[in-house]
Structures are given as structure tokens and as C-alpha cells.
Design a binder for this molecule. Structure first.
Ligand SMILES: N[C@H](CCC[C@H](N)C(=O)O)C(=O)O
Length: 299
């Protein structure tokens, strides 16, 4: 048993997030705790964002990210917005700098409550995504699913946003595809030695698209922020869209939208909402938890 840690159940466009306050202590949320928390309907989640004391000067915190199957993720856009909202509510500050295993992220809460996260630079080199095969141009890799002469999904754009992504272009609503069937096959395809997050994207105008994602380590989620970044960047990279797009996440409640801008300095900035649901305390080694009685937004 470990000392209890405060946590908040939050969401970003429906992407279910547990923000856990691990500051001032040396232990970590264990994979076993993640699996136990995910098994309880009250705390079922897509990602845990564990806030640790900063490890490098100039950052406010180190963020450890776990998927609901207990594996680690290098990036989580929706979860990062949740962390910003929780820390902004606690401190009154509006701007934060975080360290993750994927690098340093700057984030800001705006006056209207939306949050922008600089998700860093996209990575296109095949061996850094990583892919199992060498591709000079990863904006359209050879990979398909379905009958060989009439593939259902084919030629995705591959890239890393800190975590690996494949974006398949589709010409109808992404909700009309059996992503629960294709998702696991593609996530675990030998092309992706570290697996991949699989997104279907329908371009609806030069400045808008609709997406749906099968997440590595989490399956079908209501929304995935880093996938929206990957789709936005891939749209611009392949000439389908401009560098600023409204990404409607088809699977999210009310088909919510994230704004993705691939800036001229190569950084990708994601802007969208975060929502606090309730708070409690948990044991980060076992996942045993208690819900707070108070209704106030807090960690
Ligand atoms: N939901 C997250 C992505 C989690 C990524 C994770 N599934 C992985 O790369 O293993 C997001 O909003 O960006």
C-alpha cells in the first residue's frame, strides 16, 4: 500500500482522463493500478496523466502518461489540456511548461477556458515513427486492409507526434467504418514495431476534417488529441488542407472540435476544451480509490 494521491476524473472531448497528483513523492502510478482503475466503471479511463515534480529546470512538472492497459504513452493531447485546467484552477496561473518522455510542451489556458498545447514538431522519418520498413516518403505508405484489388483502407500517412500515428483518408463519415474490427489489426500490424494509433480522416474543406481514432493501448476512444494533430499535419503535408484546420472528432459527444495549427516554425498547436468531472484519492500502487464528497473543481 502506498500513501494516497489526489486525482481528478476529467475529459477532453470525451477522452476519459484521470489526472493524478504525484508531486512531492518518488513513487509512480503502477501498471497494476491502471488496470484496476480501468476495470471499475466509475474510474474507467483512456489515459492517466500523472503529475510529478519537475526533473529539469524551467519546467513546472514531469508528466507520466499511462494507457488503460497499463502501457506507457509518450503523448496525450486531450490529457495535457486536462492537466492545464487542473493546475490553472489550483494556482491561478495560465501558462505552463511540462516535460514528457517525448519532450518539453508549453501550454496556455485562454480567457474563454479553451486550452492550447504546443505539441512540438512532427516526426516523419520512417525509423523514428517507427515503421518496420524503409519509406523515403512516409506521407503515403504501402499498407492496406480488405480485398487486395478493392481495399477498404489503404495508403495511410504515417508520422509521430511523440507517439506513432497512421492516418487513413476516407471519403465518407468515419463513423460508418468498422473501426472496432480494423483497429486492432492495424494497431498491431507488423509495419508498426511500437504499434500505432489508427485514425480515419475525412477532409470536408481546405480548413476542416472529421476524424475517428482507434488508440494504441486504449482501443476506440471518444477522442484523441495527438491523432487530431497527426491528421491536421498529414492533411497539410499531402496538400489536402491548409496548415490550420478545424478537426471535428466524429466519435466525441456533440462531435466536438479541436483546432490544429501546424505553424511555420514546424510546431503543432492544438486548441480545445477540457472538463472536470469529480475528484478523489487513490492508492497509486493498487488503484484502490475513494471519491471526494465535495463538488468543487479540484485535483
Ligand atoms: N488520447 C491521447 C492519445 C493517447 C495515445 C496513446 N493511445 C498511445 O500513443 O499509446 C490524446 O489525446 O492524444
Amino acid at each position: 500500500m502506498a500513501a494516497e494521491a489526489q486525482f481528478a476524473r476529467m475529459n477532453g472531448l470525451g477522452n476519459m482522463i484521470l489526472v493524478v497528483d504525484m508531486r512531492g513523492r518518488a513513487d509512480a502510478v503502477t501498471p497494476a493500478a491502471a488496470i484496476a482503475l480501468n476495470a471499475d466503471p466509475a474510474t474507467r479511463f483512456d489515459q492517466i496523466m500523472a503529475i510529478h515534480d519537475p526533473k529539469v529546470e524551467g519546467t513546472d512538472a514531469f508528466i507520466d502518461i499511462l494507457n488503460c492497459d497499463g502501457t506507457k504513452a509518450q503523448a496525450c493531447g486531450n490529457g495535457t489540456r486536462c492537466v492545464v485546467q487542473a493546475l490553472a484552477a489550483e494556482t491561478g496561473r495560465k501558462a505552463f511548461t511540462f516535460q514528457t518522455v517525448a519532450g518539453i510542451l508549453n501550454a496556455t489556458e485562454h480567457a474563454d477556458g479553451t486550452i492550447s498545447v504546443d505539441m512540438g514538431k512532427p516526426v516523419f522519418e520512417w525509423d523514428r515513427i517507427p515503421l518496420a520498413e524503409e519509406f523515403f516518403d512516409t506521407s503515403r505508405i504501402e499498407l492496406q486492409i480488405g480485398p487486395i484489388d478493392a481495399p477498404i483502407l489503404h495508403s495511410p500517412a504515417a508520422m509521430s507526434m511523440g507517439n506513432p500515428h497512421a492516418v487513413f483518408w476516407v471519403d465518407r463519415d468515419p463513423m460508418s467504418f468498422d473501426l472496432d474490427r480494423f483497429g486492432p489489426l492495424l494497431e498491431n500490424h507488423p509495419m508498426f514495431p511500437e504499434k500505432a494509433n489508427i485514425t480515419l480522416a475525412q477532409v470536408t474543406s481546405p480548413s476542416s476534417m472529421t476524424t475517428r481514432t482507434w488508440e494504441r493501448g486504449a482501443g476506440l476512444t471518444l477522442a484523441c488529441g495527438s491523432a487530431a494533430c497527426a491528421a491536421g499535419v498529414s492533411g497539410a503535408r499531402t496538400g489536402r488542407t491548409g496548415r490550420k484546420v478545424a478537426v471535428t472528432v466524429a466519435s466525441s459527444p456533440n462531435r466536438g472540435t479541436l483546432t490544429i495549427e501546424w505553424r511555420d516554425d514546424d510546431h503543432v498547436v492544438m486548441t480545445g476544451p477540457a472538463e472536470w468531472e469529480w475528484s478523489g484519492t487513490l492508492d497509486p500502487s493498487t488503484g484502490a480509490f475513494r471519491r471526494d464528497k465535495t463538488g468543487a473543481a479540484a485535483l
